[in-house]
Design a protein around this ligand. Structure first.
Ligand code: GLA
Length: 707
């Protein structure tokens, strides 16, 4: 006999059947009221067609091939003799529940395996977090190939939004009709990757920012991943998410357990925007999340300013300029350590380069902190250049296969952090610098994929990922005041698990405001603006060679965690004054920008893209309106806002950012000439507001204040 367990979040309900076999989600969606879960399960009970098995295997949380589930098995593996390859689990003991938690316990005594599943959904939250722990209770080793969790989705979820991408083009959205068959997204890069991000939204056809039912899923894991969305021939749809394991990567000795990454899921009946806000709220509820009383410091980062050309007097002058324009943190990027004159050498030799810094980093750190700025330092701790003292002394510390020529990436190899000696080496060098110098911030980079990652003769991405988390944990515990940023050739490592250890993600190496507008919109699907590193680069973008005025660059970076990545020593007095004004305005609106609800507007006009933040009490909002290309019509469509309070009246104005070039056509819209217009939230959402005629690749900020 099966029983039903129910969890209610703020707006969602999950019903899980258990008892007669493995636990399986029966319903996951809009919050149900007083309905009897048994009636729901009965209403959804499925008939049997001719021509199939006599019983239908459920979409169990851990799907079972052994029970006749012909989709992707949630558990794959076997023993040395080939046994236990298609296990079938039964409930071992009744589930345990506490406030917002539910735990199931299952066993297969034939296969000699046990698992427990943890579900977490507090009644005031909307994000369900689920993970599974597998234990080998047999008396021989168990070779695990997969341990993944599955959720059934109702049949109306027939369109998928997921993300592809590449370096400098992160979070590129892709819409797919979900008819039959499977969409499989496998990432083998050893980081959450630019191109196979472990996130997927499924919804009703044509779902947009404010309409449609949408289910969102994200695997919180910084290593390899596998996401499957499949429609079975019997009509059922399911989503499966788990770590992608290489052959032999996890071998469980008798008595040993392994735990899957957390799979995060959330649902909204009011479109993609609501789903994103629920993910944001989840991240914002974490301990240590930046709050208005600990605002995000405006950064000056040296990378695009000086690259590897570190010269102390120049850097000091740059810090002076940073202080003048109002930056609060100076981050010394790549190039400061032993023989790091370009990207061919030095990674691993984490001591200060004597040629560039004859008196150590101290004079620069003192200068920066003396100006009232925090000092931040770049590391790429998981890497080693073959041309380094570290590699020459310890070639055996590399995460690779010494039986083959190793594949280099950016002239570097990966260091095996699961090797305790290598781990200790890295820990000690970072720890000593953090202990010795007044460093408040670390930009933690990771710039190449894993290829043949071998640890103790086996595939080692999982071991590396776990060792990395341990390293973060130890460093954070020892240096709690230091904030760590996650960077991986831009946004190549962006996931909820890395955010347990870090406080910012560098969204992209592309500082081109045009590309950034789209990248940041994709990034915002999962992450709130205060976690998104967004920098004003030089006029000519270093990654695309496009030229943009400061008005455009500033407007796009304004919406995230602002930084400057431009050699201000080459900027004119006027430009520096403009940057100063930009920084001042950002600080003024920072509580709203970093604490409000993120809202993306839908556009029926291919030439514009707009998103913003609305204060939680809906008394104020800022939207960036970007013209991303030339348009077919000479006058843009009115901008229809969303997520405002329909009953309030808002005064709408342009928030003038400095450095804007170009005009607004022959005449600006009437309301702009008047200076402002006051309208109800309802009218702003259904009638809209006429933007001016604008050049392509320019942007404006709209500021709405409730009156
Ligand atoms: C990566 C990062 C950049 C910069 C360089 C330094 O590409 O994404 O921001 O730190 O490395 O080498």
């Amino acid at each position: 006999m099966s029983s039903l367990a129910v969890m209610h979040g703020r707006t969602t309900t999950v019903i899980i059947s258990h008892g007669s076999g493995p636990p399986a989600v029966v319903y996951w969606g809009r919050r149900l009221g007083d309905d009897d879960p048994a009636a729901i399960a009965s209403a959804l009970g499925r008939p049997r067609p001719h021509g199939g098995l006599d019983v239908e295997a459920p979409v169990a949380l851990v799907t079972e091939l052994g029970s006749g589930f012909f989709g992707s098995p949630g558990l794959k593996g076997s023993r040395n003799d080939g046994a236990a390859w298609a296990p079938r689990f039964v409930e071992q003991r009744p589930p345990e529940s506490a406030d917002g938690e539910l735990h199931f316990f299952c066993t297969d005594t034939v296969a000699g395996l046990e698992y427990s599943i943890d579900l977490w959904l507090p009644s005031d939250r909307d994000v369900l977090a689920t993970r599974v722990t597998l234990t080998n209770i047999g008396d021989s080793a168990y070779h695990l190939g997969r341990l993944a969790l599955s959720f059934p989705l109702p049949t109306q979820a027939n369109e998928i939004l997921d993300f592809t991408g590449r370096w400098c083009d992160e979070f590129h959205p892709r819409r797919t009709a979900w008819d039959t068959g499977a969409i499989i997204n496998e990432n083998r890069r050893g980081r959450s990757s630019h191109d196979h991000v472990a996130v997927l939204f499924a919804g009703t056809a044509g779902f947009d920012e404010n309409h449609g039912e949408v289910w969102g899923f994200h695997l919180g894991w910084s290593g390899n991943s596998r996401i499957v969305a499949e429609r079975l021939s019997d009509g059922r749809r399911y989503l499966q998410g788990g770590e992608l394991l290489f052959a032999g990567e996890v071998v469980l000795e008798p008595g040993v357990s392994t735990v899957s990454p957390w799979l995060y899921s959330t649902y909204a009946s009011t479109g993609l925007g609501s789903v994103s806000r629920r993910f944001h709220d989840y991240l914002r509820s974490r301990e240590g999340h930046p709050t208005p009383d600990r605002p995000r410091k405006v950064i000056l980062n040296t990378w695009e300013a000086v690259y590897f050309n570190h010269d102390v007097p120049t850097l000091m002058k740059l810090a002076d300029r940073a202080a003048e324009v109002g930056a609060e943190r100076f981050v010394l990027d790549d190039g400061w350590f032993h023989r790091r004159d370009d990207d061919h050498a030095g990674l691993g030799d984490w001591w200060v380069d004597e040629a560039k810094y004859p008196d150590g980093l101290e004079p620069l750190v003192d200068h920066v902190t003396g100006l009232g700025l925090e000092f931040g330092l770049w590391f790429e701790p998981e890497m080693v250049n073959p041309d380094s003292e570290l590699y020459r002394n310890h070639p055996e510390w590399v995460l690779g296969d010494a039986n083959y020529p190793m594949v280099l990436g950016r002239h570097q190899l990966v260091l095996n952090l699961a090797n305790q000696d290598a781990y200790d080496y890295v820990f000690e060098h970072i720890d000593s610098l953090l202990g010795r110098l007044d460093i408040g911030y670390v930009k933690w980079d990771m710039n190449r994929d894993h290829v043949q990652p071998v640890h103790n003769g086996r595939a080692g991405t999982r071991a590396q990922t776990l060792a990395l988390y341990r390293l973060f944990k130890e460093l954070n515990a020892k240096h709690p005041h230091v904030e760590i940023e996650s960077c991986s050739s831009g946004g190549g490592r962006a996931d909820f698990e890395i955010l347990r250890h870090t406080k910012r993600i560098w969204a992209s190496d592309c500082n081109d405001a045009l590309e950034r507008q789209r990248i940041q919109r994709g990034f915002s699907m999962l992450f709130p603006p205060e976690l998104m590193g967004a920098h004003v680069g030089p006029h000519v973008s270093h990654t695309t060679r496009r030229t943009h005025d400061l008005g455009f660059r500033g407007a796009i970076a304004f919406m995230g965690h602002l930084g400057i990545e431009w050699n201000l020593l080459t900027a004119t007095d006027e430009e520096r004054a403009q940057v100063k004004e930009l920084v001042r305005l950002h600080k003024q609106f920072r509580p709203l920008l970093h604490g409000g609800d993120m809202v993306r507007l839908d556009s029926h006009d291919e030439a514009s893209m707009s998103q913003g933040v609305v204060a939680r009490d809906k008394t104020e909002a800022i939207f960036v309106y970007a013209r991303i290309q030339t348009a077919r019509s000479s006058i843009p469509d009115p901008l229809r806002f969303a997520y405002l309070d329909p009953t309030r009246r808002y005064r709408c104005e342009i928030l003038a950012l400095p450095g804007r070039s170009g005009d607004f056509g022959q005449t600006a819209p009437h309301w702009m000439n008047e200076g402002s217009v006051t309208m109800s939230g309802q009218a702003l959402m259904s009638v809209g507001l006429q933007p001016p005629v604008m050049d392509p690749e320019s942007a404006l900020l709209f500021h709405l204040t409730a009156v």
